[in-house]
Design a protein around this ligand. Structure first.
Ligand code: HEM
Length: 138
């Protein structure tokens, strides 16, 4: 086993070929050079993220616990983040904030509106009926 080192983003980015392939998953650096041929999901997907932060890609697939365990065997170091480096990709901040949240907030307000108006109509209608009944019985 090679010792655990600290890598900068630049260091990792240099390992972006099939024979020399590093990946970052949750700020840990993995050497996939030997594993790439064995990967059940194929070598293409690994090569796509070679030398990069693959946290999002890795999580999107919903890898099994077994897959996570095989990560341990490939560990070569940790990622040392520096100012100006891309933000961690695993945090759902950017993607969801831009598209998902904005839309769902719009929909949320719309739904509130519908529920509120429905409630008011229901309340007024109920009052009206009650009044009518009172008038009839009087
Ligand atoms: C070093 C990191 C990785 C390891 C150790 C790993 C390991 C595995 C393992 C063991 C499986 C079999 C299914 C399972 O147990 O979940 C698998 C499937 C798969 N992996 Fe990975 N994987 C890695 C990175 C990636 C990345 C970065 C992607 C990019 C999208 C990816 C895409 C897939 C896909 C699509 C499958 C499904 C294959 C299928 O069900 O036909 N993997 N991986």
């Amino acid at each position: 086993m090679s010792e655990i080192k600290e890598f900068s983003f630049q260091d990792v980015a240099e390992h972006n070929t099939k024979k020399d392939c590093f990946l970052v998953v949750h700020d840990k650096v993995y050497d996939c050079s030997k594993f790439i041929d064995e990967h059940p999901g194929g070598e293409e997907v690994i090569l796509d993220v070679a030398g990069q932060d693959a946290s999002e890609a890795f999580e999107d697939v919903g890898h099994s616990d077994e897959a996570r365990e095989s990560l341990d065997e490939l560990l070569v170091g940790t990622l040392k983040r520096q100012p100006g480096d891309p933000a961690p990709k695993a945090t759902p901040a950017t993607k969801t904030a831009n598209s998902g949240n904005a839309d769902s907030t719009g929909l949320g307000i719309g739904l509130y509106g519908v529920v509120l108006i429905g409630g008011i109509i229901g309340y007024v209608g109920y009052q009206y009926l009650q009044n009518q009944q009172q008038q009839q019985s009087a």
